[in-house]
Design a protein around this ligand. Structure first.
Ligand code: GLN
Length: 393
């Protein structure tokens, strides 16, 4: 057989999405890939039903249907502190995934360096590789997931073109403070670098924390590319609706990448999702309350069976510490991936091995998510308690 490209040999498929496939094969409760098991808001489902007859069914304008971009501009103006120009500053993409890929491709030349926090959402590694960029990792140090600003300055001094910030952070649940973003922003301005933010969990932030969009900080707009999606906000991860907001020259570059990658995000789904973009603030408040309750049920459940975990400030992810299990004779020397496979088979719960998020050697953490019906979360705790029983010997 002829040889494949070297590029595809340099990364694996997504471990997160692989865990979903294994989970499905064993009919486990899937707390690996983050997506809800409940329906989107009814107005979106009603709109989707109507669109089936009303259309559109053909290609949208490649960078997003005009009414969708206008609605987006209005919605994001609250967090951005300005109304981006729907014609020149917004690109509608197939999910946040394509927004991030288009952003990295639009700013990085092969050989450029790009700063990425570790732990990081695994897509960023592939985004860098496919763009030919070299990731430089900045540790977010557990358990608080703080970082050393001087490492970011060193990275920029060494010519890094951009920094990727996932805020709130997948997988560690960190919400970057205004002060942290301002400090990173000052460095980006000083060294003439871009900030690429992934803000798909912006509405899943728990009190007392608040979400700040880097692009809203004074003087920073021209250096920031904001990537986002409707997936988590409206519980429609399968609709693949994402977007990118950036100053005109950057957005124009991203439009070209997007045009040739996917042509456009599905037009019927843009039309159906319009109603969501028009929801009042009370919708987002309700979403936060919903997930605040789920977080409490899940974390209290983990506490009650003695599983150690972090307390996420945002997102619906929790990192659980499995060190105690790795001490047991039957688990001696196994990897976190093997542990997760064992959990799927024997416990009926799917998680993501922490090693797929960390640059550092980490084998004692697994990621679970709580975007599940409360009754499912309670069943998960019952199943996991069979696991913690093993620790009692
Ligand atoms: N963000 C989700 C997760 O980390 C996955 C998103 C995706 O698979 N595109 O689980």
């Amino acid at each position: 057989m002829p040889k494949l490209s070297d590029r595809v040999g340099t990364f694996t498929d997504s471990v997160i999405r692989r865990m979903t496939r294994i989970s499905d094969a064993y009919d486990a409760i899937n707390l690996s890939q983050g997506f809800p098991d409940f329906n989107p808001p009814k107005p979106l489902m009603d709109a989707l039903a109507q669109v089936a007859y009303k259309g559109p069914h053909q290609y949208p304008v490649t960078f997003g249907a005009p009414n969708f971009r206008e609605a987006l501009a209005k919605k994001v103006s609250k967090t951005l502190g300005r109304v981006p120009d729907p014609e020149t500053e917004i690109v509608v993409t197939c999910g946040g995934t394509e927004a991030m890929m288009s952003a990295v491709m639009a700013v990085c030349n092969p050989g450029d360096k790009i700063l990425v926090f570790s732990p990081f959402y695994e897509n960023y590694g592939a985004d860098a590789i496919l763009s030919g960029a070299e990731p430089i990792f900045i540790p977010l140090v557990p358990p608080t997931y703080d970082f050393d600003l001087s490492l970011i300055e060193d990275g920029f001094k060494n010519g890094a073109k951009a920094i990727i910030i996932c805020n709130p952070s997948n997988p560690c649940g960190k919400v970057f403070t205004r002060e942290e973003l301002t400090a990173i922003g000052e460095l980006a301005l000083k060294y003439d670098a871009f900030i690429i933010t992934d803000e798909v969990y912006e509405h899943l932030v728990y009190e007392p924390y608040t979400h700040v969009s880097a692009a809203s900080l004074p003087g920073l707009y021209d250096n920031v590319i904001t990537c986002n999606s409707l997936s988590k906000t409206y519980s429609i991860t399968g609709w693949r609706l994402g977007y990118l907001i950036a100053p005109e020259p950057v957005a124009e570059a991203a439009k070209k990448v997007h045009d040739f990658l996917t042509v456009g995000a599905p037009s019927p789904l843009q039309e159906a999702a319009l109603v969501g973009l028009g929801f009042p603030d009370s919708y987002y408040e309700g979403l936060r309350e919903l997930y605040t309750e789920k977080r409490k049920i899940f974390l209290d459940g983990l506490d009650s069976i003695g599983l150690r975990h972090n307390v996420p400030q945002g997102t619906y992810f929790v990192m659980v510490d499995i060190s105690d299990f790795l001490e047991l004779p039957q688990f001696k020397g196994i990897t976190d991936l093997e542990f997760c496979e064992w959990m799927i088979r024997e416990i009926g719960v799917a998680a993501v091995p922490g090693s797929s998020f960390f640059r550092e050697e980490v084998n004692n953490l697994i990621r679970l998510h709580f975007a599940r019906e409360n009754s499912t979360l309670e069943e998960v705790i019952r199943r996991l308690s069979r696991m913690t029983e093993m620790l009692k010997g």
